[in-house]
Design a protein around this ligand. Structure first.
Ligand code: HPA
Length: 275
């Protein structure tokens, strides 16, 4: 697709949303599987179903509510995505990241990402929260492949600080003040939809990953491309290598995410207030 066409589609989505909501959001939030209840924290001004937004794909995964929410939280204007798009659903990788670009063009300067992830690090437990301090994205298609849209960012973006240290530090302070234990580590993205084999979890551990998931990295890449400050957090919803050889189910992932959600919501809310 030409840069002109990409920008035209983005502008159509942005114009549509600006007609529905006059305020400029400062912070964007993406809510992962089982984490959509966070929207209850927002003083909602406008909700818009994805299917109404020009050029938006439609989310198909259970546990996602599939709407964009505009409102106030922690004294800031926010736009939240309840439900995201995953490559495994069959979308083109550029459709997966389309909403992130839309949020940037709506005016956000900071992006908060959340996800459900499987543990690779043997010390991690179900329900743990992990601040992502770096990622490995080598197993999923890079969303910036193709002609660079120079209006959005550079051809070869630096990725030495994909998750902003200042936001990580603030989140750690918030967790400490609330008496929450949080981990900090590396998220590796895979395409899914299969969970990993035992050999794959082991391989990912030797590569330096702490958790594994099927989202987030592509969104963080395009956000960095556009110069957004990014913060991301995983909820550990399942243990990769299980000594009892039990299986992993999507229901279990959703349940664990729901259980951890109040802690994640507090950290996000206080972080937004502190930005
Ligand atoms: N692997 C990949 N993606 C996931 C997992 C997992 O174990 N848990 C939640 N998302």
């Amino acid at each position: 697709m030409s840069s002109k066409k990409v920008l035209k589609e983005l502008n159509q989505a942005v114009k549509f949303l600006q007609k529905q909501n006059k305020h400029t959001p400062q912070v964007g939030v993406v809510l992962g599987s089982g984490l959509s209840n966070f929207t209850g924290e927002i003083e909602i001004e406008k909700e818009i179903a994805y299917e109404k937004i020009p050029h938006f794909p439609i989310s198909t995964v259970e546990g996602h509510k599939s709407k964009m929410i505009f409102g106030k939280l922690g004294g800031k204007r926010v736009v939240a995505m309840a439900g995201r798009f995953h490559f495994y659903e069959g979308y083109d990788i550029r459709d997966v990241i389309f909403p992130i670009r839309v949020m940037k063009l709506l005016g956000i300067e900071t992006l908060l990402l959340s996800n459900a992830a499987g543990s690779v690090n043997p010390e991690y437990k179900v329900g743990d929260l992990m601040i992502i301090n770096d990622h490995i994205g080598l197993f999923t298609p890079n969303p910036l492949i193709g002609k660079n849209v120079d209006e959005l960012g550079p051809r070869f973006p630096d990725m030495s600080e994909p998750y902003k240290q200042k936001l990580i530090q603030k989140a750690k302070d918030i967790a400490l003040a609330n008496n929450y234990a949080v981990r900090e580590g590396v998220y590796v993205a895979v395409t899914g939809p299969t969970f990993e084999t035992r050999a794959e979890y082991k391989a990912l551990l030797t590569l330096g990953a702490d958790v594994v998931g099927m989202s987030t990295v592509q969104e963080a890449i395009v956000a960095n491309h556009m110069g957004l400050d990014v913060f991301a957090m995983s909820v550990v919803t399942d243990i990769g290598i299980r000594e009892d050889h039990s299986i992993i189910t999507h229901e279990e992932v959703l349940e664990a995410a729901r259980h951890a959600e109040p802690r994640l919501a507090t950290i996000f809310k206080e972080l937004i207030a502190a930005i």
